[in-house]
Ligand binder design. Structure first.
Ligand code: HEC
Ligand code: HEC
Length: 350
């Protein structure tokens, strides 16, 4: 039995496939195999293990808008002013700190109507990304190009089908040309990456609600136990909604996570075959096309570990990860994601 959100996901993917085939001016007949393929992929994923913890995929309830959409807003250290409506323009997202990054190529700054949203709309002009997506700054150019191809072929999917951020990236990859991908990859890989997340271990955390695919504090409502989760979000929700690319996010993790994560990353304890640093390098700064993990949003890292484990990311190049995650528990994944997020990429040698 599929639940309504799964139905919605199938419909959305179908919609994407149909629009894609129209864009490619395919005759009607080849649509059928696409539809069957989409259903098969969707159904296969729905039968995946039930151990995809829902907390890692916060939703976006309708009531999440907190700012008046016509007011001109400011963020710290910027002279720019944008309304919320401008800040959520998928084809011209705000540039709050233009001196903080080189000029953006058109695909990054604007994308192309209707389906190719500007990369900066989600990954931000400085490539810092946000916890519901991922920082792209400083990733190897070849790795970015390869991932776009993997999204396009659906060999790389989100571990929770129907989660809107993951679906949107898929639609973008289906709509981007080779030239778009090449210029975006060159731009993002050339950016210097400065982590924008602070990891805090705590048994109790401020009471939170799900909003805009992250966690937002509910002021004056006390605390709640963290349990077995990473709870990541903006300290200032308005700046998140305004897409301030200078914001430092906060990720709460269970006490003891960082120490345990360091041990998993450097020694491969608890029966893990290989320590993460063997392939991802010292301080998890990446080696060649094996991507850096240091300082990246921990919920993103966690979702990727889940994706390898559930088969949602079953790309040829990710095969080395499969035995790594096979014996990892949710606790292990939380711990190693938390540890990686605390590392600072000071001196990556290329
Ligand atoms: C609507 C939001 C959105 C837009 C626009 C968007 N992305 Fe993404 N992107 C995401 C999300 C969400 C993920 C994480 C997907 C996942 O979990 O598998 C992602 C993941 C990626 C990754 C994988 C990074 C890694 O470490 O493996 C790359 C590369 C990427 N995006 C490139 C781009 C490029 C290039 C563009 C513009 C052409 C773009 N994205 C536009 C949301 C977006
Ligand atoms: C045998 C080599 C190897 C080992 C050991 C290894 N990895 Fe990886 N990992 C890779 C490769 C290769 C990729 C890139 C996959 C791709 O190209 O899609 C990757 C990708 C990842 C990603 C996705 C990053 C992104 O930007 O999307 C995460 C997260 C990750 N590894 C975490 C870990 C952790 C945590 C450990 C230790 C518990 C670990 N890896 C151990 C080879 C390895």
């Amino acid at each position: 039995m599929r639940n309504p959100s799964e139905e919605e996901s199938i419909l959305r993917q179908l919609d994407g496939a149909i629009r894609q085939s129209r864009a490619a001016k395919l005759p009607a007949a080849p649509l059928l195999p696409i539809i069957i393929a989409v259903f098969t992929v969707a159904l296969a994923v729905f039968q995946e293990p039930a151990d995809v913890p829902p907390w890692a995929f916060p939703g976006s309830p309708k009531d999440s808008g907190v700012v008046d959409s016509t007011r001109l807003n400011r963020v710290p250290n910027s002279r720019a002013r944008f309304t919320l409506r401008q800040a959520i323009d998928r084809f011209a997202p705000p540039e709050w700190h233009p001196s903080g990054h080189p000029p953006m190529p058109d695909v990054v700054a604007h994308g192309r109507k209707q389906d190719l949203f500007a990369c900066a709309y989600c990954h931000l002009p400085n490539g810092a990304g946000r916890p519901e997506n991922v920082a792209l700054a400083g990733l190897p150019e070849g790795y970015i190009i390869a991932q776009l191809a993997d999204f396009r072929s659906s060999a790389r999917r989100n571990p929770l089908p129907g989660w809107i951020p993951g679906n949107s990236m898929h639609t973008v990859a289906m709509s981007a040309t080779e030239a778009d991908v090449a210029s975006a990859a060159r731009y993002f890989s050339g950016l210097r990456f400065t982590p924008q997340v602070r990891v805090i271990e705590a048994a109790r955390i401020p009471r939170m609600r799900e909003a805009a695919f992250v966690y937002a504090r509910i002021p004056g409502k006390g605390t709640e136990p963290i349990g077995n989760r990473i709870v990541e979000g903006p300290p200032d929700f308005e700046r998140h909604e305004l897409r301030d690319d200078a914001m430092i996010y906060v990720a709460y993790v269970p006490p003891g996570s960082i120490k345990r994560g360091r041990s998993i990353a450097t020694k491969g304890t608890d029966g893990l075959a290989t320590a993460c640093i063997t392939c991802h390098g010292k301080n998890l700064l990446g080696i060649g096309l094996v991507p850096p993990l240091a300082g990246r949003y921990p919920t993103y890292l966690f979702r990727q570990l889940l994706a390898f484990k559930t088969g949602a990311r079953s790309t040829a190049s990710s095969q080395p990860m499969w035995p790594v995650v096979a014996r990892m528990s949710v606790e292990d994944m939380i711990a190693v994601s938390a540890y990686a997020a605390t590392l600072v990429p000071a001196c990556r040698s290329r």
